[in-house]
Design a protein around this ligand. Structure first.
Ligand SMILES: [Zn+2]
Length: 346
């Protein structure tokens, strides 16, 4: 008989599939629907949890009053060419933030991995601005609320594996040593930030680690980066809480970027992070959704992490297993290591 599995907490709300950009927009409700379908069809054990309530006062932990008012009152229209706003956007954004905050609180109190699949995503929203399908920064708010609410949470690590640099999260914690921000992303695409020489500033200098990869980079480059840079830095920082900003758009099937992670490559990354969270951070690890636009590739990667956390395997064989970039971009890894070695033993 198979050992009993304990359902994994997954924060979700129907608003996550009600929120819509304009028709044909890649950041569509189908992204979340497909993750849920994959979970259901593969009998992955999840416990669906409702988001917690978020107030405007909470939002001031990461956003200016001006920005909060703008997201609340913008009305109907484009905030930027990629990001549409309606009179429901503010409510949906609060719901998204509430899912991540709820998941983070639960992983802290129960010391086990939790997950959230919010829409809209958040990592391009900064203190005073928003862009790129994002309005409020879900993961940044969760981190600040965790620091405020839990005495034994003093050091947080956020690992952002979305293919785009999480400029909003990077900026919010730029000079904050209590939050280590590590981002892997494609260099030269939207939003254009995240060079490896951006290491944070002031008291936060060294607590921002940017890993900008060249187009085409895939399993080999990510694996070398995790082995030589990401995991050693996490070991040295010894966070009290690990947050994973998961974007599925570094996948070889994703059409918004040219990074080329296979699904097994993705699963190796998230397994190593979840295992680190389980063994080294006492189970206080939460994985939350950012981007990822090929819905099946997103679903098998995100849900594969849920399967790992629950000790199960999806029934469906993985579809996208082509390993590309096996040798890795050693030159870029060395450049990033040289810079990060000023702050970390690498
Ligand atoms: Zn992205």
């Amino acid at each position: 008989m198979a050992p009993e599995t304990i359902p994994v907490p997954l924060y979700y709300h129907e608003d996550y599939v009600r929120h819509e950009q304009n028709p044909g927009h890649p950041e569509s409700p189908d992204r979340v629907r497909e993750i849920l379908r994959y979970i259901r069809d593969n009998d992955l054990p999840v416990d669906l949890k409702a988001p917690v309530e978020i107030t405007e006062e909470d939002l001031q932990l990461v956003h200016s009053a001006f920005h909060i008012g703008r997201i609340r009152d913008f009305g109907v229209g484009y905030m930027d060419p990629d990001t549409f706003h309606t009179d429901r956007t503010f409510g949906f954004s609060l719901r998204a933030a509430g899912g991540v905050v709820g998941a983070v609180r639960q992983c802290i109190t129960e010391r086990r991995p939790t997950f959230a699949i919010p829409r809209p995503p958040g990592h391009h929203a900064g203190y005073d601005y928003n862009m790129g399908f994002c309005y409020l920064n879900n993961v940044a708010l969760s981190a600040r609320m965790a620091l405020k609410e839990f005495e034994d949470v003093e050091r947080i690590a956020i690992v952002d594996i979305d293919a785009h640099h999480g400029n909003g999260t990077n900026d919010i914690f730029n000079n904050d040593p209590s939050v280590l921000y590590i981002s892997t992303h494609e260099w030269g695409i939207f939003p254009g930030t995240g060079h490896y020489t951006d290491v944070g500033s002031g008291r936060g200098e060294g607590k921002t680690v940017n890993l900008p990869f060249n187009g085409g980079s895939g399993d080999g480059t990510f694996q070398a980066a995790f082995e030589n840079i990401v995991m050693p830095i996490l070991m040295q920082y010894r966070p009290d809480l690990l947050l994973i900003s998961f974007g599925g758009d570094a996948h070889l099937m994703d059409y918004l970027t040219t990074l080329s992670l296979s699904t097994p490559g993705y699963l190796e990354l998230v397994r190593s992070l979840i295992d680190f969270g389980t063994k080294e951070v006492g189970g206080r690890v939460c994985m939350e959704l950012e981007g990822g636009y090929h819905v099946y590739a997103l679903a098998e990667s995100f849900a594969g992490a849920i399967a790992h956390a629950s000790g199960t395997e999806p029934k469906d064989p993985l579809r996208f297993t082509n390993r590309m970039d096996e040798r890795g971009d050693r030159k870029r890894i060395d450049e990033i290591m040289d810079t990060a070695a000023s702050y970390w033993k690498l």
